[in-house]
Write a protein that binds this ligand. Structure first.
Ligand SMILES: Nc1nc2c(c(=O)[nH]1)N[C@H]1C(S)=C(S)[C@@H](COP(=O)(O)OP(=O)(O)OC[C@H]3O[C@@H](n4cnc5c(=O)[nH]c(N)nc54)[C@H](O)[C@@H]3O)O[C@H]1N2
Ligand SMILES: Nc1nc2c(c(=O)[nH]1)N[C@H]1C(S)=C(S)[C@@H](COP(=O)(O)OP(=O)(O)OC[C@H]3O[C@@H](n4cnc5c(=O)[nH]c(N)nc54)[C@H](O)[C@@H]3O)O[C@H]1N2
Ligand SMILES: [Mo]
Length: 792
């Protein structure tokens, strides 16, 4: 989130699109309701009428996979009706930048496309520069090649009629949304966008999010209280897990993970190729050197390139689908699931199960014996006599049986204390990782060679106890000055010469050197006094630097005054010569009106401007509509059907369905009563009783066409498999009219499996192995299927 949960109350319009907070983030609804009490409007855009929709002032149905046309329609609407925040757009975004002469867009394809590799060369998605390298601009926005006009031309095709024909949204509903949300394009009003998996789980998932970002920049809604682009994160600590780099492509603190490419062949090459000349990321070499000092300790020196060579470099994309495809191909022989259950949660489960059946060894660390832990049993449909995998199960302690921090969607790092001791022989995840690391180090201590060397060099100084010393872990994450031994105040003190150490620069500052008797660990802060605009600066610690609203310079106008006196975040105090206010300023205190960066609120960008046009995506500088991998209709905006940069997986089990056999759009979603793949809720008697069976939700019209009655057993099929479920006939789904054609849409939860008390079919037998062109997140939310009554 750019903002945080409690801040939502300052919104005049809340566009909830691709998320269902009433069911999946219920506490947030308290702040949604506060905003509504102040006159704010709640807008719900969802293919299905959800409990969030039931609380909304405006509900607009939209078929799965069409967020880009919907938002592009709003972008065009705001431009055509001059509803955008002009001063903000001109000064705080790159609208005035002149685009590269060779940048082009034609019939769904941007310049630089290579059909064979399905990749773009992005060199023309850049700006024109003068001899000194300065970007050419036209702040009058008249130049036909400035971003503003190139963008306007790009979205010319997204008029309301075409948009509604594609999304299936009734025109009057679309106009209601457009009027309500675009009304926030003034200094007086602020709107927020709240999104989650309905947005991201698509072949265009990242561009969906970008479209939201562009709309918010146009309306001048980023950096302000009640504004922003707000991802409602999923698992309690999923924000923390990405911050700490549980994803393959990043290092802690969002530095790109080193790869085996030439660009990364040494730390110097990495720094040169990954470090911009300006913007906050110009500090990257300091973060990298400090990270390697944390990782390898005294063994890392400037002379040995901080042992960069010892750090693993990925040779392929290691995201979820790619891992399972590699496992199926025999390229991965061992597998550890550490708090995940892919045989229920992974896409195209038949493929993922077949992949696991080829493993030499498999380790599952979990609270429960999950479907994944038992993938080799008859119950899973496997033939155990043919599976040679050696399986280990390590019982893990649950969240309340251990201490540590969780970071919520608002980036608030909050400490949790242990409530009870772990049961029986279960151990905390920290225990597992600590002992695994120590045993591997011991195992390699007497060996030489390239595999032993990184283990020997690894610095693992978390005490001699059986359990790691949490304070030493905190110290390592925060970082310290190696010349004084003191923990550093925050990341502004990090250096690239090997004299500082920090495990994760963005968290640097949560554990500063404190005065005697003072609590160092700021994630334990629990002062619930409102420090202004409900930012609660003394409750928890928010990265970076305890800042609650990112890019908050943009909450103030060109003179440094809040755009609106009822919505103050920070402002420039001339007498004091510094920024002051209710939040930690994004700008250094001394950045005054004469500073060249005065009008550059987007401090992470080299040019300090919000990007209406970007070089940062694999699939285009502007979001463009492509149909989902499986879709019943042709793309109305170009002749390119699928995102041309999405990777396509073929081969065993990767069948693609077409509308002839599978004419219905299917989607998957969550229920309040169940959690994820279900072990934690389907093993709970009370929750199992509340939601005991797998079901599929159908419209009355589709049920009538198929002769299906309420509670009938039905078979839902896709090109990948079939599942059994009970029919639940509701008004929450309606047939869509898409490009003059009637299209049915159904949906189902994906929480069920064959272990635990409440059992049911695994929805992910239906979903395909295809993902987003940038992140590879699977397209769980839109696929083709069919439904029929089960025999007998
Ligand atoms: N009770 C409960 N709460 C949870 C979870 C849980 O399992 N149970 N899981 C947690 C986790 S890990 C996550 S990631 C979050 C997920 O939170 P959400 O994203 O809110 O969860 P979903 O129900 O998967 O999807 C949200 C909505 O997206 C809609 N949708 C489907 N396709 C599209 C589309 O193309 N566009 C748009 N705009 N909407 C679409 C669906 O109809 C659904 O109502 O929830 C978290 N909270
Ligand atoms: N069709 C479809 N599929 C989806 C989605 C969808 O919307 N539709 N959503 C996707 C999303 S957003 C997500 S996040 C994934 C989730 O996919 P997974 O992460 O695979 O699912 P979870 O059920 O959250 O798995 C968590 C496991 O960790 C165990 N566990 C809980 N606490 C601890 C602990 O402290 N330590 C250890 N070691 N284990 C613990 C639980 O018992 C459980 O088995 O599913 C994805 N799959
Ligand atoms: Mo998630």
């Amino acid at each position: 989130m750019t903002n945080h949960w409690i801040d939502i109350q300052y919104s005049d319009a809340m566009l909830v699109i691709g998320g269902n907070p009433a069911e999946n983030h219920p506490v947030s609804m308290k702040y949604v309701q506060k905003a509504r009490d102040r006159g704010g409007k709640l807008i719900s855009v969802d293919p299905r009428f959800t409990r969030t929709s039931s609380k909304a002032d405006i509900y607009a149905p939209m078929r799965s996979g069409t967020d880009i046309p919907f938002i592009s329609g709003l972008i065009k609407y705001a431009i055509d009706n001059e509803l955008y925040h002009k001063e903000y757009v001109v000064n705080y975004t790159n609208a005035s930048f002149i685009v590269h002469d060779d940048y082009k867009f034609k019939d769904g394809i941007f310049s630089g496309y290579n059909e064979d590799t399905r990749n773009y060369d992005r060199s023309t998605w850049t700006f024109k520069r003068d001899e000194d390298g300065n970007i050419l601009k036209d702040e009058t926005l008249k130049d036909p090649r400035c971003v503003w006009n190139v963008m306007k031309e790009h979205y010319e095709r997204y008029d309301v009629d075409t948009v509604c024909a594609v999304t299936g949204t009734p025109k009057e509903d679309f106009i209601k949304v457009a009027d309500a949300f675009c009304s926030t394009g003034t200094p007086e009003k602020v709107g927020t966008i709240m999104y989650a998996m309905g947005t991201t789980q698509h072949t265009v998932g990242s561009q969906n999010v970008r479209a939201y970002g562009m709309l918010q920049l146009l309306l001048g809604n980023v950096g302000r209280a009640g504004g922003g682009v707000n991802a409602m994160r999923g698992e309690a600590n999923v924000q923390g897990s990405t911050d700490m780099a549980l994803l393959f492509h990043i290092m802690p603190g969002y530095n790109p993970a080193p790869t085996q490419s030439e660009r990364h062949k040494s730390l110097a090459a990495y720094n040169e190729n990954e470090t911009p000349a300006s913007g906050y990321w110009s500090n990257r070499p300091k973060f990298m050197a400090s990270f390697f000092k944390a990782h390898f300790g005294d063994n890392a020196t400037p002379e040995n390139d901080f042992l960069y060579d010892y750090f693993p470099k990925s040779r392929r994309n290691n995201s979820h689908i790619a891992l399972f495809e590699a496992m199926y191909d025999g390229d991965i022989k061992g597998f550890i699931t550490w708090g995940q259950n892919p045989i229920v949660g992974g896409p195209n489960v038949r493929k993922e199960k077949a992949a696991m059946e080829k493993l030499d060894w498999f380790v599952c660390m979990d609270l429960f014996e999950t479907e994944t832990a038992t993938f080799w049993t008859k119950e899973s449909g496997a033939d155990p006599s043919k599976i040679n995998t050696e399986v280990f199960f390590l019982p893990a302690a649950g969240p309340y049986e251990k201490e540590g921090s969780v970071s919520n969607s608002g980036r608030w790092m909050q400490y949790r204390w242990k409530a009870i001791e772990p049961k029986n022989d279960s151990r905390s995840d920290a225990w597992f990782v600590h002992n695994l690391a120590r045993r591997l180090k011991a195992l390699y201590a007497s060996e030489n060679g390239p595999i032993a060397a990184p283990f020997k060099a690894l610095d693992w100084s978390f005490g001699d106890g059986d359990y790691p010393d949490v304070d030493l872990v905190c110290r390592e994450i925060n970082g310290y000055d190696l010349t004084t031994g003191k923990t550093i105040l925050n990341f502004t003190q990090l250096k690239d010469d090997g004299t500082t150490s920090s495990g994760n620069w963005i968290y640097s500052g949560f554990y500063p050197d404190a005065a005697p008797g003072e609590e160092k660990n700021r994630s334990k802060n629990r002062d619930n006094v409102d420090t202004g605009m409900n930012n609660y600066l003394n409750w928890s610690y928010a990265w970076p630097l305890n800042r609650r609203i990112l890019y908050n310079r943009a909450s103030a106008d060109l003179e440094g005054k809040p755009w609106n006196s009822n919505n103050e975040v920070i402002w420039w105090d001339n007498a004091a010569g510094s920024w002051v206010g209710h939040d930690v300023p994004d700008f250094g205190a001394a950045t005054g009106p004469t500073d060249p960066g005065w009008k550059n609120p987007f401090i992470m960008r080299p040019d300090g401007k919000g990007e209406l046009f970007t070089n940062g995506m694999t699939d285009g500088p502007f979001p463009e509509h492509y149909e989902p991998y499986e879709s019943p209709v042709p793309n109305a905006f170009s002749s390119v059907q699928l995102n041309p940069a999405a990777r396509i997986w073929t081969g065993d089990y990767n069948d693609k369905g077409d509308a002839k056999d599978f004419p219905i759009i299917g989607t998957t979603y969550r229920l309040s009563e169940h959690w994820q793949t279900g072990p934690m809720t389907r093993n709970n008697k009370w929750l199992a009783e509340l939601m005991p069976y797998m079901f599929v939700e159908l419209s009355e019209e589709l049920a009538a066409e198929k002769g299906i009655k309420e509670k009938d057993k039905v078979i839902v099929s896709s090109a990948r498999g079939e599942i059994e479920a009970y029919a639940m006939i509701t008004k929450r789904f309606r047939p869509y009219e898409i490009q003059g054609q009637k299209v049915h849409h159904l949906g189902m939860p994906w929480h069920y499996g064959y272990q635990g008390i409440a059992k049911g079919s695994i929805a992910n037998y239906l979903t395909p192995h295809i993902g987003d062109a940038n992140t590879m997140i699977p397209e769980y939310k839109a696929f083709l299927c069919n439904v029929r009554r089960a025999e007998g």
